[in-house]
Design a protein around this ligand. Structure first.
Ligand SMILES: [Zn+2]
Length: 243
């Protein structure tokens, strides 16, 4: 699955604009539905490509308190903008065909890679959020002028990570862009292409597919399949020997 598909599927079932929900969801991107606890604890940071939550245990324990209202709104507005972008990108003919198709793709790639949600003081000191291609430094400048007290280093880090994550989500909406693929269940990276070079349509990784199959079959079902394949192997050996 592309990143936008992961976000869309989980947003549809969970509502990723609900504070308790998305805070747990972002933290869970480090964990996995498909593997055991012991496997997870040995996984390195490099093995957490979707990580938005800071990795250190100390920071994770204070995870909830990192979410200043400004940061929470930045995420929530990002998800609302994402919903709009999904709806918009489904409309045929939205592409600017006035310029040649391949150039249009380049323009959109460049644009979407730098798309960010920024906060700026609006009328009456209320914060306003917009989608912009401004560099991240401007996000911090807007935070400083709008947010009052300075952000803690961990809060700045969280803001940066959310910013990068949302930019990746928007970029993955580009059909022509061969983006990374992830398992919809354990969120680990999976091959983005089939052996024939087509884009993969697999929703989950092979590990999670096997887990799902086992759950569906039940313990007895899995044993029955195992017994049958063992019996078949025995039969095949007999046939080969001509018994
Ligand atoms: Zn998986």
């Amino acid at each position: 699955m592309r990143l936008w598909e992961i976000v869309l599927v989980d947003d549809t079932s969970l509502d990723l604009t609900a504070p308790g929900v998305y805070q747990a969801w972002l933290l869970d991107l480090h964990r996995s539905g498909g593997s055991t606890e012991s496997e997870n604890s040995t996984r390195s940071l490099a093995g957490r490509p979707l990580g938005v939550a800071p990795a250190s245990p100390k920071v994770i324990s204070g995870w909830g308190s990192l979410w200043r209202p400004e940061i929470a709104l930045m995420w929530e507005q990002g998800i609302r903008t994402f919903r709009f972008a999904v709806w918009q990108s489904k409309k045929e003919g939205a592409r600017p065909f006035a310029i040649p198709r391949d150039i249009a793709t380049d323009v959109w790639n460049d644009y979407l890679a730098t798309v960010r949600v920024v906060a700026a003081p609006g009328p009456g000191h209320a914060l306003a959020y917009h989608l912009t291609t401004a560099p991240r430094d401007l996000v911090f400048a807007a935070e400083a002028s709008a947010g009052g007290a300075a952000f803690k280093p961990q809060q700045r880090e969280l803001t940066t990570r959310i910013d990068i994550f949302l930019a990746r989500v928007f970029r993955s909406l580009m059909p022509e862009f061969r983006d990374d693929h992830f398992c919809g269940s354990c969120k680990q990276p999976v091959a983005s292409e089939t052996p024939k070079g087509r884009e993969s349509r697999a929703a989950v990784c092979s590990h999670c597919a096997l887990q799902k199959w086992k759950v569906n079959k039940g313990v007895e079902g899995v044993r029955a399949v195992w017994r049958r394949s063992k019996a078949k192997a025995k039969d095949d050996t007999k046939t080969e020997r001509g018994e």
